[in-house]
Design a protein around this ligand. Structure first.
Ligand SMILES: Nc1nc2c(ncn2[C@@H]2O[C@H](COP(=O)(O)OP(=O)(O)OP(=O)(O)O)[C@@H](O)[C@H]2O)c(=O)[nH]1
Ligand SMILES: [Mg+2]
Length: 338
């Protein structure tokens, strides 16, 4: 039996497909896989990521500045001049002294921070503040000799287009993982990856219950994610696949729900959500059930993990445990296990 299993694992293609809406955290998990079980991130690659981190920083500052007017905030003259200068920049991926001064000035302005604090009402990168804080250390941070840390690489946002594909070895299990773009216009490419999937790893962001989509401001992000999970968990393509659900961005969720006390039903779209005093256990149980309810087969096992994709230790533990579900599914599919 053991020998047969080993042979099947060796021969079997364990294909793991990351699915989920845009910005849910798929590529962050993919990056963690590279760090934990792949070739890691070389110095050369780190250097190549520099302009993307700087791009996140400058574009985020523009997003916050531009959100001021619709939110009824009129910035003081210096902030306005800095914001307009950033918007007009032809190259938003390079830091100059003028750009650094402008972002520092904006980030130290009370009205600008007030707009940042209302960020669920507009589109801006979740972790922009961490790059803005780091800029205080310029030029050691952001200067010509700087390369981003692993943590900064995990926090850098680059929207995925197309399909990215790599092999990893997790606990002696060889996995082929595919990462796709999650925004609506990317999803039509998904079908090309749907054949022979051992496991679907569906990533949903917990912190987006009060946010709307980047690509459609009339659609709540959690509603979109639930609808997408309904499609995937009932799809004919994945009847034999292990279904693993990552309820991601738990760190941002806990801050929003516990610290900032934003109720789960703040939008009025989730009247069934637990109300009253914030209760983390109840909230997590509600999210889990809400997703599980999308699957029409009550017998189907859905493995659920609450995750923070930027936490390497956590992803290591979750992937090690998930690899066992995946392996089991593969053995079932091949008839070795029933
Ligand atoms: N704080 C925190 N940030 C996260 C977490 N997961 C992802 N992020 C950040 O959220 C942003 C979007 O993450 P991505 O991994 O690019 O999302 P994606 O699902 O690949 O998005 P698409 O490629 O558009 O489909 C990045 O800036 C990540 O660093 C998390 O658990 N906690
Ligand atoms: Mg991505």
């Amino acid at each position: 039996m053991r020998l047969a299993q080993d042979r099947k694992v060796e021969q079997g293609k364990l294909k793991l497909l990351l699915l989920g809406a845009g910005e849910s955290g798929k590529s962050t998990i993919f990056k963690q896989m590279k760090l934990l079980y792949g070739a890691g991130i070389t110095q050369e690659e780190r250097f190549k990521i520099r302009p993307f981190v700087i791009g996140n920083l400058i574009e985020g500052a523009c997003d916050i500045y531009q959100a001021g007017e619709p939110l009824g905030v009129s910035f003081r003259d210096e902030v306005q001049a800095a914001g307009e200068m950033l918007i007009d920049l032809p190259d938003k991926r390079t830091l100059t002294d003028e750009v650094v001064d402008a972002i520092n000035l904006m980030w130290n302005d009370e009205d600008f921070r007030g707009v940042w604090n209302q960020r669920s009402k507009f589109q801006v990168q979740d972790t922009w503040n961490e790059f803005a804080d780091a800029l205080g250390g310029y030029p050691q941070w952001g200067g010509p000799d700087w390369t981003p840390t692993t943590d900064e690489i995990l926090r850098c946002r680059v929207r995925t287009t197309g399909v990215v594909d790599e092999e990893f070895l997790v606990k002696n299990v060889k996995l082929r993982m595919l990462d796709v773009g999650g925004q609506r216009n990317e999803r039509r490419k998904w079908i090309h990856c749907f054949e022979n999937v051992t496991s679907v790893l569906f990533v949903a962001s917990l912190s987006e219950y009060d946010q709307v989509l980047f690509e459609d401001s009339s659609k709540n992000r959690l509603v979109e994610s639930l609808e997408l999970f309904e499609e995937i968990s009932n799809s004919e393509w994945f009847l034999e696949s292990a279904m693993i659900l990552f309820l991601n961005k738990s760190d941002l969720f806990e801050k929003k729900y516990m610290e900032d006390q934003v109720p789960l039903n703040v939008t009025g779209l989730f009247p069934d959500a637990p109300g009253g005093e914030p209760d983390l256990d109840k909230a997590y149980a509600w999210f889990e059930q809400k997703f599980k309810d999308q699957c029409k087969d009550p017998e189907r096992t859905i493995f659920v993990h609450t995750t923070n994709a930027t936490d390497t230790g956590m992803i290591d533990a979750v992937m090690r445990s998930s690899s066992q579900h995946i392996l089991r599914q593969n053995l079932k599919g091949s008839g070795v296990l029933v």
